[in-house]
Design a protein around this ligand. Structure first.
Ligand code: FPP
Length: 253
């Protein structure tokens, strides 16, 4: 019994999976063991979200800033990612899950990039749920890339500065392709956004839980969704809305 109202699910759930290191430390083990256990929590969470009928799930798997962690930890994370992409291939495909990646994925080692590209291509036609892995991702970096793309369009004469509005910028923010974030969950007890989905999560409902990511269970996801369902979303207006209104575009005005 989940007591989640399946008719009022958040369409797009995003998760900052924090606490792997502390979990490992609590067990007297090295950090990479925490990440390994964290990848089991990823599997559980993807299954639970799919079973509920969530449309889009975006996971912060590796930030642009994570490259500054010690080499062995980065290497362990890359290896885990590669293993995950290989081991979950069948399950993702069987469950109609489309995989995408956002971030500066060209920085990933080719051993990861190759399996990632293949799985993204092979699941591109599936429409049961979209699982987006944020890899080498930073919200500011994504906005810088979007600004650069707009500047190129202006330089090429395809766009005038006056025509740049929310919709024009958003069209260059890949993490919003699956829709703006409705519910942003962060595990591990910290209450920060940490450069995740800065544009798409502008009006997201935030849910912080002390649960360390390796211990995150389906029930924790249900609890976050129940909390979401108990909130009123107004998006700066006075009446309650269930979804964020589309940006007002000046195009054609
Ligand atoms: C934060 O915990 C977590 C990460 C930096 C990486 C997240 C990676 C995984 C959950 C596993 C691999 C991912 C996939 C998709 C298979 P932390 O190390 O900052 O924890 P701490 O705050 O306790 O130190």
């Amino acid at each position: 019994m989940t007591l989640v109202d399946l008719h009022r699910l958040p369409r797009h759930v995003a998760i900052i999976m924090d606490g792997n290191g502390r979990w490992a430390q609590d067990q007297g083990r090295i950090r990479s063991i925490g990440h390994r256990e964290g990848s089991r929590a990823v599997r559980r969470t993807v299954r639970a979200a799919r079973r509920l009928g969530v449309d889009a799930l975006t996971l912060f798997a590796f930030s642009e800033q994570n490259w500054h962690r010690p080499g062995p930890e980065v290497a362990a994370l890359m290896e885990l990612l590669r293993e995950y992409l290989i081991s979950e291939r069948e399950e993702l495909m069987e469950n109609g899950i489309r995989l995408r990646a956002v971030g500066r994925v060209d920085k990933l080692p080719s051993s990861v990039r190759d399996v990632l590209d293949a799985l993204v291509a092979d699941t591109a036609h599936l429409d049961g749920m979209t699982l987006t892995l944020a890899l080498s991702y930073g919200g500011r970096e994504e906005l810088v890339d979007a600004a650069r793309a707009l500047a190129s369009e202006v330089a090429a004469g395809r766009l005038t500065p006056d025509a740049i509005d929310e919709a024009a910028l958003e069209a260059h923010v890949p993490s919003v392709d699956v829709g703006r974030v409705d519910l942003l969950i962060r595990t591990g007890g910290e209450q920060r956004i940490s450069n995740f989905l800065l544009w798409g999560a502008a009006y997201a409902e935030l849910h912080f839980t002390p649960r360390l990511w390796p211990e995150f269970e389906a029930e924790d996801l249900y609890q976050a969704i129940r909390a979401f369902q108990s909130r009123q979303r107004r998006f700066g207006r006075v009446t309650t809305l269930h979804a964020e209104p589309e940006p007002i575009s000046s195009a054609g005005e």
